[in-house]
Design a protein around this ligand. Structure first.
Ligand SMILES: Cc1cc2nc3c(=O)[nH]c(=O)nc-3n(C[C@H](O)[C@H](O)[C@H](O)COP(=O)(O)OP(=O)(O)OC[C@H]3O[C@@H](n4cnc5c(N)ncnc54)[C@H](O)[C@@H]3O)c2cc1C
Length: 292
């Protein structure tokens, strides 16, 4: 365990504003918005996000979401494909929940207003992506994350029990060792806030933007992981970082994703010399998920 200071700000800054909320959610991506909607069934909720909605990796997700919705597909086949793609490193219980719950959750998202592409009125259009032996990717054109995020933002904004506070950065989780009872946050005007909460949910996303070339939003800096670690939480699986194999590198040094669905529809990867290389490494060629 690394030795770290418990607080970035061991004493509360001057002029700090105090408030108390029953449930506090840090993060306005799909995890935070979903947690807020669920918690609002029981209590008043405050959502903090350091960006302005809808900015988040969630809004940048492109290709879509895997769910065994085809009549010839099954959650069992989805589980098997995922375990193969995970090369023996998957948590089988988590994979099982994901594959078994995905079909009903996609129907629920459609009910909440996500305009998924359809083959027919009652049949989702299903794409193919790496690691999947069947077509099972539900999508909204090539901007699925934005469409799902917008639908959940509309639900959150219409919910009288949820307040969203944009441009506010969580800085320190507060509480005695082994306990969290709120946090210290800084708003975009430079005012500090001490927010006490009955329950605090961290949904602050990943750390992909720490890498020099990334497909992630610039704000994906692992703040939530660091906040939790300093407060004594055990963190796990930090070695798992998804690298998109098709990121376009602009002259200015930025990266943006060329959709993964491009390989599902027949796109191939070549070296700078034009040589196709993936068939030498995996029988699934460009649709490989892990090198086995
Ligand atoms: C280019 C791209 C394409 C992708 N395509 C797909 C895809 O097709 N299918 C798929 O399933 N997945 C895809 N993903 C992955 C997917 O987007 C993420 O796994 C998912 O969106 C993570 O959601 P999240 O809510 O956990 O985090 P995020 O969406 O990153 O949200 C994090 C939130 O926390 C806030 N936050 C962070 N730190 C603080 C702080 N200190 N204080 C306050 N707020 C804070 C941020 O402002 C943001 O609102 C893609 C990712 C990228 C980058």
């Amino acid at each position: 365990m690394l030795e770290t200071a418990r607080y970035l700000f061991p004493t509360l800054p001057q002029g700090v504003q105090r408030q108390r909320v029953p449930v506090l959610v840090v993060g306005g991506g799909l995890a935070g918005l979903s947690a807020a909607l669920e918690a609002a069934r029981f209590a008043e909720v405050l959502v903090l996000t350091k960006s302005a909605l809808p900015a988040s990796n969630s809004a940048w997700a492109q290709g879509g979401i895997a769910a065994a919705l085809d009549p010839h597909d099954s959650p069992q086949a989805h589980i098997e494909d995922t375990l193969i793609a995970g090369a023996g490193l998957c948590d089988v219980a988590a994979v099982t929940v994901l594959a078994e719950e995905a079909p009903a959750l996609m129907r629920e998202l459609a009910r909440l207003g996500v305009p998924f592409d359809r083959e027919e009125e009652d049949a989702f259009a299903l794409g193919l992506e790496g690691g999947h032996s069947r077509r099972r990717i539900v999508h909204v054109g090539d901007a699925t994350g934005l469409a799902v995020t917008q639908a959940l933002i509309a639900q959150v904004r219409a919910n009288p029990r949820i307040r969203v506070w944009e441009g506010v950065q969580a800085v320190d989780l507060l509480g005695r060792p082994g306990e969290v009872n709120g946090l210290l946050a800084l708003d975009s005007t430079g005012v500090w806030h001490h927010i006490s909460a009955g329950a605090t949910v961290l949904a602050a996303g990943g750390a992909g933007a720490l890498y020099g070339l990334t497909s992630n939003q610039p704000g994906a800096l692992g703040d939530g992981i660091a906040l939790a670690y300093r407060a004594g939480a055990e963190i796990a699986d930090m070695e798992f970082v998804q690298f998109h194999p098709t990121v376009y590198h602009t002259r200015a040094g930025q990266g943006f994703l060329i959709t993964e669905a491009a390989r599902g529809e027949g796109g191939v990867l070549r070296t700078v010399d034009g040589e196709r290389f993936m068939p030498s490494y995996d029988r699934r060629a460009e649709l490989a998920r892990a090198i086995l």
